[in-house]
Design a protein around this ligand. Structure first.
Ligand code: GSH
Length: 221
């Protein structure tokens, strides 16, 4: 099958990393153009005709244009992942994955976002330690929840790697890509990965996947 997938977005974005990892996981011969933030492009009328939100990522596959990162992950898995069963045909299994993907967007990402913005995107002298503290307080119960979920499962959906592992794996890359010392410099104590042993085992498996190269092994910026 000839691939025509074109992804737009800078790799410093978690949402772009998700779709790149998915395309790599599926072995697609895709094209990616850096866009967003310092790369621009998203401000052009041509781009905004395709994505009126002026955000990344954006995907084009032939005439189909999609934005919203998790939707792109779902589409790519459904369109190109049949042999890998990344988009489960069984409805109960599929919607179990869907729910975790929504949880990533609406719950985990919001909880962890401020720590990332403060510790990675804000100059040390301008950091707001209270926002970092609140972000840790919101995230650690979610890591506990994830740890319990993964206690009896290899992956988010059960025995096999599936589409829900990708967005949540990208969240782990962002959360654990921030160092304990950065939190401590703000006077905030963060629990380390070993405190969540099932998350640690699962994330360790994700880091081994060739499809995650260039995504799960890059520094945060
Ligand atoms: N819900 C959207 C969020 C997209 C989003 O907020 N993208 C950010 C990067 S993570 C962005 O485009 N920021 C502006 C820019 O890079 O120019 C999705 O999941 O795709």
């Amino acid at each position: 099958m000839e691939n025509t997938v074109h992804l737009w977005g800078r790799l410093s974005s978690l949402n772009v990393r998700k779709v790149v990892w998915t395309a790599q996981e599926l072995g697609l011969d895709f094209q990616r153009t850096d866009a967003g933030a310092g790369f621009g492009i998203t401000t052009t009328p041509e781009y905004q005709r395709k994505n009126p939100n002026a955000l990344v990522p954006l995907m084009e596959d032939g005439d189909l244009v999609l934005w919203e990162s998790n939707v792109i992950v779902r589409y790519l898995c459904a369109r190109y992942g049949a042999s890998q069963n990344l988009y489960p045909q069984d409805l109960a299994t599929r919607f179990d994955a869907e729910r975790w993907m929504d949880w990533q967007q609406t719950t985990f990402n919001r909880a962890g976002g401020q720590a990332f913005l403060q510790l990675v995107r804000t100059a040390p002298e301008a950091r707001n330690a209270e926002l970092v503290r609140q972000s840790v307080a919101a995230t650690e119960p979610l890591l506990d929840l994830l740890n319990t979920h993964l206690q009896h499962r290899n992956y988010m959906g059960g025995d096999a790697f599936g589409m829900a592992d990708i967005p949540l794996g990208c969240e782990m890359h962002r959360w654990w890509g921030m160092r304990g010392a950065q939190f401590e410099a703000c006077g905030v104590q963060r629990q380390e990965l070993q405190a969540f042993p099932h998350v640690q085992r699962w994330f360790g498996q994700l880091l081994q996947r060739p499809g995650g190269r260039g995504v799960l092994d890059i520094a945060l910026s």
